[in-house]
Structure formats: structure tokens, C-alpha cells
Write a protein that binds this ligand. Structure first.
Ligand SMILES: [Zn+2]
Length: 63
């Protein structure tokens, strides 16, 4: 089972840019819009970008 990588970004950011980190897992640079959500997942590499301050609730399963 693959572990989803979680990337924290600034709370002020409306978009997160992702290129997969380069190398074998790299992909063309895209910008993902939060559109009011606390996090957004990259549809290329499944990384999850989480806004700072929302990190705890988005990254952890509900307790
Ligand atoms: Zn990506």
C-alpha cells in the first residue's frame, strides 16, 4: 500500500504548484486550486497539499 505524501503550504496560498518532485515520479508542473477547501490532491501523483492551520484536521483521520 502506498503512503500518500503530504505537503504543507502557506495558509495564504490559493494554489499549490506540483511537478511531482522530479525524477521518476515527476510530471508536468500544474497548479491546483484550493477553492476554499483545506487541502487538494494532485491528480498526477496523489500528493496532498494542505494549507497550514488546516493540517491537523486534513492529515489525520477523524478521532
Ligand atoms: Zn503532483
Amino acid at each position: 500500500m502506498e503512503q500518500r505524501e503530504i505537503v504543507e503550504v502557506s495558509e495564504a496560498d490559493e494554489t499549490a504548484g506540483c511537478d511531482g518532485g522530479g525524477g521518476a515520479l515527476g510530471h508536468p508542473l500544474i497548479y491546483l486550486r484550493f477553492e476554499g477547501k483545506p487541502f487538494v490532491d494532485c491528480y498526477y501523483c496523489s500528493r496532498r497539499f494542505v494549507r497550514a492551520g488546516q493540517f491537523a484536521q486534513a492529515a489525520k483521520p477523524a478521532a
